[in-house]
Write a protein that binds this ligand. Sequence first.
Ligand code: ACO
Length: 377
Amino acid sequence: MIDFFPGLEGVPAARSRISYIDGERGILEYRGIRIEELVERSSFIETAYLLIFGKLPTKEELERFDSDLRHHRRIKYRIIDLMKCLPEHGHPMDALQATVAALGMFYPAKDVTDEETNYWSVVRLVAKLPTIVAAFARMRHGDEAVKPRDDLDHSSNFLYMLTEREPDPYMARVLDISLILHAEHTMNASTFSGLVTASTLADPYTVVSSAIGTLTGPLHGGANERVVRMLKEIGTVERAKGYVEEKLRRKERIMGMGHRVYKTYDPRARILHSLAREMRERYGEMPLLDIAEEVDRVATDYLKEKRVYPNVDFYSGIVYEKMGIPEDLFTSIFAMARVVGWLAHWLEQLKDNRIFRPTEIYVGDHNLHYIPIEERS
Ligand code: ACO
């Protein structure tokens, strides 16, 4: 009898050198470097290089990668036209998935054995995702998409394309840190889904669009939007305790809490929480943060026996909300960061690819016979 592992819990799907989680101690490393150190000293683009190409870049390598990215941020007017046809009430993640799938038709990259083509696919995907997210966010309200500016860094440029104003450098740095924290996370659901697609040697645009689709779900990246909605629904710090107790009594989940691998506080949530506190000191009141801290306190107290603690999604939305980013864009920002992890895994897997073809345990019937429709009850 073959063992069955629901959710494939504990089943390795790859050998990887990209990132490492110690879920007992709350440690996350990218290529052996602790995220706390990267957040302190690196940028999202340098971290992207580290994850995708396997080492910290030299000054020249970083300059070239950064310049390639800056020069590939633009999207063709036909892609803009295509996005204009999408329903304005549609979710931005669905728009992102559809547009990324279409990108593959504009930049054919079917030969995944060609390293040069793969490099430019990496550049295009990392560079263009923020442009697509910002363009949809504006066009759905009837505004023109704002063209990217080559003189701005990755995160500042994204905030600029959203608002048409140069962002506060502190806010841009906070976004950059958040992108570092979301860039990669071992064999999570969206990475696995991308890798299943990649294992057929499908092109990277198809790989990334599969992964985006998987990230949309409320049990994965979709949780960050729901956390903010939950905090707004709670409304005041005083109501937080009752809300949590009622949810748990009804055996419902508190969004932004719990993780398959972390059995302690998620280190990314810790960093985002301290950034949120810093923002409150800097800019004044953040009522959602006050409520979140109370939910965290009460829920963690109830759930610590099950080893359920806040995950990365718990505080990220609060930080984006303070930046003035609309709630339904939060998961798309997650995708703008995680595209790096998806691509790193895609390139790693290509070196030793085997098509994913798991098995199943059949629990159905045998030897039944066809019954004519008029005889069926
Ligand atoms: N609220 C309340 N209870 C919870 C929560 C939660 N958020 N998460 C887990 N639990 C409880 C479960 O009810 C279960 O209790 P039981 O043993 O009494 O039945 C126990 O903890 C174990 O939970 P599982 O569902 O077995 O954990 P699993 O590893 O399958 O799920 C998941 C992990 C999906 C993240 C889950 O914790 C969850 O649904 N969280 C809320 C959604 C969320 O925040 N998702 C984002 C995850 S991080 C990311 O994708 C970026």
